[in-house]
Write a protein that binds this ligand. Structure first.
Ligand SMILES: CC(C)(COP(=O)(O)OP(=O)(O)OC[C@H]1O[C@@H](n2cnc3c(N)ncnc32)[C@H](O)[C@@H]1OP(=O)(O)O)[C@@H](O)C(=O)NCCC(=O)NCCS
Length: 158
């Protein structure tokens, strides 16, 4: 695998801010790709809180989205999703790069995220972007049976 996005896709992805009008499509993707998806309320709250909520499009089709909160000099990547049929083409890596750049431009020194230990794809993606696993938060996520820990990852932006 690997290679640049432009080598694998006819058109380069475009980014724009998410609005409430996007939520139907975003939630459909969210439900498709996460076993424990965010609710509509989670997305509304993120929009209303002024978080950086972005859409990735390819020729007008929403293929992914990301949500980042940036405050003081820290950024938190709260969500990143790529539609199932568009996965493994470099788009997640591309969107992550975009969100990291956004955090840099907002003068964040670090970017943090939480990921399930069972999310091997997510952890590989973040590790390959330079994130380090710095801690485990016990029982952070609901799981099919009981709770699942969260791995906390950090990227130094300085
Ligand atoms: C995680 C996610 C965003 C990755 O998006 P993507 O567009 O498929 O990822 P990319 O094609 O850019 O992959 C980049 C690298 O991540 C790793 N990776 C991504 N998906 C993987 C998988 N299913 N299994 C193993 N490694 C994977 C690989 O190292 C990959 O590089 P490679 O293709 O050269 O081997 C996507 O799978 C997704 O939306 N998952 C559901 C939501 C989620 O778990 N989000 C992250 C937690 S917040």
């Amino acid at each position: 695998m690997g290679g640049s996005v432009s080598a694998q896709l006819d058109n380069l992805p475009q980014y724009r801010r998410m609005t409430a009008d996007d939520l139907e499509v975003v939630i459909a993707i969210e439900n498709e790709v996460y076993p424990h998806p965010w609710t509509r309320g989670n997305f509304y709250d993120s929009l209303n809180a002024g978080y950086h909520c972005w859409i990735m499009e390819l020729t007008g089709e929403i293929v992914g989205y990301g949500v980042v909160s940036i405050g003081a000099d820290e950024a938190h990547l709260l969500n990143l999703g790529i539609a199932a049929r568009w996965q493994r083409r470099g788009l997640g890596r591309e969107m992550l790069k975009f969100l990291i750049q956004l955090a840099r431009e907002a003068f964040a020194h670090k970017i943090y995220l939480e990921v399930r230990p069972s999310n091997i794809g997510g952890r590989r993606l973040y590790a390959s972007a330079g994130f380090d696993e710095i801690a485990t938060r016990r029982g952070y996520y609901p799981a099919h049976r009981g709770r699942e820990d969260a791995v906390i990852m950090e990227l130094n932006l300085k």
